[in-house]
Design a protein around this ligand. Structure first.
Ligand code: DX5
Ligand code: ZN
Length: 224
């Protein structure tokens, strides 16, 4: 069955503890922490210290989505700060298989992330070594962008490859995941749905999560 991971970019960081606890109570499956360095992407968010505060507030698994240059040099800091998953971009890495190896040595789950323009061929050789592949469905950097639907065939092709190889690798989708786009993403074969702005669009956090989770449960069950 599919999972919903909440991107915490839109939270009020002045009330971080409270906000994270509220999210946890809605019944989501994970926390997605968008780490941006102002260099790999044109925006800056937060680093290991804030992640440590997030970790303190929740027992949910945390994905650290590292939108930073040369993530290798920061993997240990983010692992120590509480990341259960380290998600690294193909485009930010020169020696991606070495980075995955490093994540394994830190005893964390490994995910590789592909920007919309990056072809699947760039990661095929690593499919046996990772726990998840995240397909970016927007160009990374900002919350609240519109899903680029021309990326969807890439999800279907990845689903086919993973199924043919009978690998236990999850497919994540990140960016523009809304109640009106989740159907096509689930049909293409996604397992993990990262959503931010839709969930925080009003004060009905609980209802928004419930709605998305119901859709994910129905759509991903249908698929299997
Ligand atoms: C984009 C981030 C996403 C994004 C998700 O750079 O990686 O995680 O903020 O948020 P929404 O759901 O608003 O697209
Ligand atoms: Zn993200």
């Amino acid at each position: 069955m599919g999972m919903l991971s909440v991107s915490i970019m839109p939270v009020d960081f002045g009330r971080l503890d409270e906000e994270i606890k509220t999210i946890e109570h809605t019944g989501v499956d994970g926390i997605h922490a968008d780490i941006m360095d102002g260099c790999f992407v044109p925006n800056i968010t937060f680093g290991p210290d804030i992640l440590r505060a997030v970790k303190k507030a929740t027992s949910l698994p945390i994905h650290a989505h590292l939108m930073i240059h040369d993530p290798d040099r920061m993997l240990k800091e983010f692992a120590d700060a509480g990341a259960d998953w380290l998600c690294v971009h193909v485009e930010s890495n020169v020696h991606l298989s070495r980075t995955i190896q490093h994540i394994r040595e830190l005893d964390r789950k490994a995910a590789i992330v592909l920007n919309p323009a990056t072809p699947l061929e760039s990661i095929e050789y690593l499919l046996h070594d990772v726990d998840m592949v995240i397909i970016m469905t927007v160009n990374p950097g900002f919350s609240g962008q519109k899903l680029i639907s021309s990326v969807i065939p890439k999800i279907s092709r990845l689903r086919e490859k993973i199924d043919n190889l009978k690998l236990p690798v999850l497919i994540g989708v990140d960016g523009g995941v809304h109640r009106d786009t989740i159907g096509e993403l689930a049909a293409a074969g996604a397992d993990v749905f990262v959503s931010g702005s839709e969930i925080f669009s009003d004060n009905n956090l609980e209802d928004n999560v419930k709605h998305l989770k119901e859709q994910i449960a129905a759509l991903t069950r249908k698929k299997k």
